[in-house]
Structures are given as structure tokens and as C-alpha cells.
Design a protein around this ligand. Structure first.
Ligand SMILES: [Cu+2]
Length: 171
């Protein structure tokens, strides 16, 4: 009887959670929340891809210290800076998640760089990535692959074809 009851609770929880997941994907780990992890589809033979997410801080701050995805040979956290009119990417060791605030990884700013992709990122598919936080620990979340020109994940996703990631040069 106890097993049956547990199964019933799970089924109910799933039924309630499913419609919400269609609007915004959210994952809780410790004190923080991962919102709408997504990546851009890669055109043709592109070897690198960008992945993005929003991290909501809890009562205390935290840091994103590591990213790892099987889909790429190497995964790094990158920032962007303007140098002589050219956007350049640089590697960062961690990203600060402020208490009660948000850290945003988005096109044109901080992002997860998927280097030497083992396969192309195809729109409509998703892939897992493990995120490590200094305090909250590790969590594996599904990154949804949006269109090549997508600028924003989740509900407000649009298809701006002027995305700049492809024009950036590695340092
Ligand atoms: Cu990059």
C-alpha cells in the first residue's frame, strides 16, 4: 500500500509540473534556480557552439565554477569584451551568482562555450550539461537547442538572424 501511495504522489506531481515546464524550464539545486538553459543550433560544419542560461541566487550568493557536457570535447565559461572594435572571447574561471539576484549567460555576454562539438547542435533537440556550483554542488540539466539566430531562451525566444556569436574571434 505504501508503494502504491508513493507512485500516486509522483504521478500527480508530474501532471502538475508538465504544463509549467512547457513555459519555462527551471531546475533547483540547493539554494539556486537554473532557468531556461538553451543553446544555439550550429550551422553546417561549425565546430563550436554557445550555450546560455539564467541562474537565480537564493538567500546567499554562490558561484558557477564548472561546466561539462559530453556533446563537446571541451567546455568553458567565456566572457566577451570589445577590443579595437572587435568582440573577443576570454575564459573565466567562475561566474558570481549574487544573493537574491541573477547571473545571466546570454548571447553577447557570458556564455558556455562548447568546443570541438562531437555532433552538430540540431534545433529541437536537447543535450545534458553538468553545472558545478561552489556551494550548491553539481546539477545536470537539459539544454534545449533553439534556432541558429535565437537570442533568448524560453517563452520570449525570437529568431533574430543578426546574432553576433558567429563573428567573434577566439583570443
Ligand atoms: Cu565563447
Amino acid at each position: 500500500m505504501k508503494n502504491f501511495l508513493t507512485a500516486g504522489v509522483f504521478a500527480l506531481a508530474f501532471a502538475v509540473a508538465a504544463p509549467a515546464a512547457a513555459i519555462a524550464a527551471e531546475y533547483k539545486v540547493g539554494d539556486i534556480t537554473i532557468v531556461n538553459p538553451w543553446a544555439r543550433a550550429t550551422p553546417g560544419a561549425a565546430r563550436n557552439g554557445g550555450a546560455y542560461l539564467t541562474i537565480r541566487g537564493g538567500a546567499s550568493g554562490d558561484q558557477l565554477t564548472g561546466v561539462e557536457a559530453d556533446i563537446a570535447m571541451r567546455t568553458e565559461i567565456h566572457g566577451n569584451k570589445q577590443e579595437n572594435g572587435v568582440m573577443k572571447m576570454y575564459k573565466v574561471e567562475s561566474i558570481e551568482v549574487p544573493a537574491g539576484g541573477m547571473a545571466m549567460l546570454k548571447p553577447g555576454g557570458f556564455h558556455v562555450m562548447l568546443m570541438k562539438l562531437k555532433r552538430a547542435l540540431k534545433e529541437g533537440e536537447s543535450f545534458p550539461m553538468t553545472l558545478s556550483f561552489a556551494k550548491a554542488g553539481e546539477v545536470t540539466v537539459a539544454f534545449k537547442i533553439l534556432g541558429v539566430g535565437a537570442m533568448k531562451g524560453g517563452k520570449g525566444a525570437n529568431h533574430d538572424s543578426h546574432g553576433s556569436h558567429g563573428k567573434m574571434k577566439m583570443k
